[in-house]
Design a protein. Sequence first.
Lengths: 115, 111
Amino acid sequence: DAGVIQSPRHEVTEMGQEVTLRCKPISGHDYLFWYRQTMMRGLELLIYFNNNVPIDDSGMPEDRFSAKMPNASFSTLKIQPSEPRDSAVYFCASSRPAASTDTQYFGPGTRLTVL
Amino acid sequence: AQRVTQPEKLLSVFKGAPVELKCNYSYSGSPELFWYVQYSRQRLQLLLRHISRESIKGFTADLNKGETSFHLKKPFAQEEDSAMYYCALRLYGGATNKLIFGTGTLLAVQP
């Protein structure tokens, strides 16, 4: 398995533009997580899904952020409109069912810069 | 509330010196704890988990329930150990299955 795949790896955009980040989890993993990493706040959980259903979106910073998981192999995180303070590295991760003692596997991240 | 605390943002040691990265947690249930490592501009990788009681790359971590700690240790640091280290607490039950991360400690091993 190629692991968790994210695209794009780098994104530079201007304030006010819409940004869409993409994630493909590891096949067979029921859970998918979106994180944001910044120097100031470290690693923050934004939202996670179980079997394509959002379980906890309490970490989503505001209405400008939205996430979807239309099927088991694809998820998107959208920011509209983007702002400079959204600049960060966004990680996607996936894991097996909760009963498993396995842990989360992370993608390579998308480095977002909003000018 | 569940919380993971890593009190040091930066830990700088010389090559060959012992290393201890501190992690304390707050959780009323039976904890399941992990250490993740992130090398420069790479993805987070699992380093070790307390239930495995293993040693990875010379690192060990012991769960101390009395002190609610899960410190990461290595007797002799190597330059290639320089990275960001995150301690994490797993919460699960029902559909809940998530990790609570600490803010991370940057380990810098000087030659």
